[in-house]
Design a binder for this molecule. Structure first.
Ligand SMILES: C[S@@+](CC[C@H](N)C(=O)[O-])C[C@H]1O[C@@H](n2cnc3c(N)ncnc32)[C@H](O)[C@@H]1O
Length: 314
C-alpha cells in the first residue's frame, strides 16, 4: 500500500488515482508537535506584559498553530463549512436586530433570551438559537439556562465602525437618503413593495429599523405562501400575488426583490421586471403631457392586454 505524509493511500477508482483512507481525516493533524507548540506558548505567555505588542503577535501566531496541530482535518472542515458561516450569520443578525446592543445594555449584565427577545421584538426561539450558537463559538457567555452575557468582542460590535464589517442590505443601502428623503406620496401611496417576500421576514426587519415609514409597506407572494404567515406587524399589508401578472401596486417608491430573480431564466426575469415598470393611465397622462401630448382615448381590448393610446398635440 502506498504511503504519503504518513497516510495510507488506497485506490479511489479504476482510474488509478489514490486518496488517503478515512483515518487521515479523523486523527489530529500533527500530534507529534503539540508539546513543542505548548512549550512555545508557555514561554511567550510567561514573559508578556500589557504593552508588549511584539510578544502578543508571536502568541497570536503560536496559538492557532497549536489548534491546527490538535484538530483533525474533519474538525477543521466542520469549523470552516458549518460553524464559522453560521457564526457570521448569527453575528450579522445580532447586529442588525439590535440583539448585541440589548446584551450590552445595563452594563452587559446576564439576560435571559426571553428578556432579550422582548427588547428587540424578535421571537424568543430565534434569539435563543442565535445566542446558543454564539455561545458555542465563545462570542457570548452562557451564564445559565437560556441566559447570556456579552464578551468584550460582542460588546465592541455595538460600535458602528466595528459592526459595519457585518453588513446586511438595510445596513449598506442608504434608505433614508435614497427612499425616505424626497418621497412625495402620502400615507396611501406605496412606499415599499417586497415582491416574492415569502412570509415577510425582510419587510418586518425593515419596519423594525424604520418604524414610521412615510407610505404603505406591502408584502407580496403567492397566496399559498401568504396564507402561511403566522405573525406579521399589522402595518405590513399582505397581498397574494403572482409576479408574472400585472402588478397591482403602481408607482411605489420602491420595489424590492431579494433572492427572487437569481434562479429564473432571463426571459422570465424580463417579464417579472416588466410588471414593475408598467405605468398607470394617470402616469401615462403625466408623462405624455410633459412631452406636449394630450391623450384623446385609450383603446383597450381588456385587462392585461396591450392597449393603444391615441394622442394629439396640446
Ligand atoms: C428564494 S425565495 C425568497 C424569499 C425572500 N425574498 C427572501 O429573500 O428570503 C423566493 C420567493 O418567491 C416566491 N415566488 C415564487 N414564484 C412566485 C410568483 N410567481 N409570484 C410571487 N412570488 C413567487 C416564493 O414563494 C418565495 O417566497
Amino acid at each position: 500500500m502506498a504511503e504519503k505524509n504518513g497516510s495510507r493511500l488506497i485506490p479511489r477508482s479504476n482510474d488509478g488515482t489514490y486518496v488517503p483512507d478515512m483515518a487521515t481525516a479523523l486523527t489530529p493533524c500533527d500530534m507529534d508537535n503539540v508539546p513543542t507548540h505548548v512549550e512555545k506558548i508557555k514561554k511567550l505567555a510567561g514573559n508578556i506584559s500589557p504593552s508588549d505588542v511584539a510578544t502578543r503577535h508571536q502568541l497570536l501566531e503560536a496559538a492557532p498553530s497549536l489548534v491546527r496541530a490538535l484538530e483533525t482535518p474533519r474538525e477543521t472542515m466542520i469549523k470552516h463549512c458549518w460553524a464559522q458561516p453560521a457564526a457570521m450569520t448569527a453575528l450579522t443578525l445580532g447586529v442588525d436586530v439590535g440583539l448585541l446592543h440589548a446584551m450590552a445594555a445595563d452594563g452587559g449584565s446576564s439576560k435571559t433570551t426571553a428578556d432579550l427577545a422582548q427588547r428587540v421584538r424578535v421571537e424568543t426561539a430565534v434569539i435563543t438559537r442565535i445566542a446558543q450558537h454564539l455561545g458555542a463559538m465563545g462570542y457570548v457567555i452562557e451564564t445559565g439556562q437560556d441566559e447570556y452575557k456579552p464578551t468584550k468582542f460582542t460588546t465592541a460590535l455595538c460600535i458602528p465602525s466595528i459592526n459595519a464589517g457585518y453588513p446586511v442590505l438595510q445596513g449598506v443601502f442608504p434608505v433614508k437618503e435614497r427612499l425616505i428623503d424626497g418621497f412625495e406620496g402620502d400615507d396611501g401611496a406605496g412606499f415599499l413593495v417586497d415582491i416574492g417576500g415569502s412570509i415577510g421576514h425582510d419587510i418586518q426587519e425593515f419596519l423594525h429599523k424604520y418604524p414610521s415609514p412615510p407610505g404603505r409597506l406591502i408584502l407580496q407572494d403567492l397566496p399559498v405562501v401568504i396564507g402561511q404567515i403566522k405573525s406579521l406587524d399589522e402595518k405590513i399589508e399582505r397581498m397574494g400575488y403572482d409576479f408574472t401578472t400585472e402588478q397591482p401596486i403602481k408607482g411605489s417608491r420602491a420595489y424590492y426583490m431579494h433572492s427572487v430573480l437569481h434562479d429564473w431564466p432571463d426571459d422570465t426575469c424580463m417579464k417579472i421586471l416588466a410588471r414593475i415598470t408598467e405605468r398607470t393611465e394617470q402616469q401615462w397622462r403625466a408623462l405624455l403631457g410633459a412631452a406636449g401630448l394630450k391623450i384623446c382615448k385609450i383603446w383597450s381590448a381588456g385587462e392585461g392586454v396591450e392597449s393603444l393610446i391615441e394622442c394629439e398635440l396640446l
